[in-house]
Ligand binder design. Structure first.
Ligand code: ZN
Length: 66
């Protein structure tokens, strides 16, 4: 795979993470001033970041052995 394509995919995943339809419970909770809550306030951005991390590792390997 060309490194440019991997960079494109990383950009796409970032766009998904920052898109309006991705509502991160943690960000919402923070924007409310971090009140006491029993709601789920897990940060779902991390799910996207995990994929980005894997792609960046792949990118690194590709550049290393190119
Ligand atoms: Zn988040």
């Amino acid at each position: 795979m060309k490194t440019q394509k991997i960079e494109d995919i990383i950009e796409n995943v970032r766009d998904l993470r920052d898109a309006d339809y991705h509502v991160c419970n943690y960000s919402v909770w923070q924007s409310k001033g971090e009140p006491d809550t029993k709601d789920n306030i897990d940060c779902s951005c991390e799910d996207f970041d995990l994929v980005i991390d894997k792609l960046e590792l792949l990118l690194y390997e590709q550049k290393k052995y190119a």
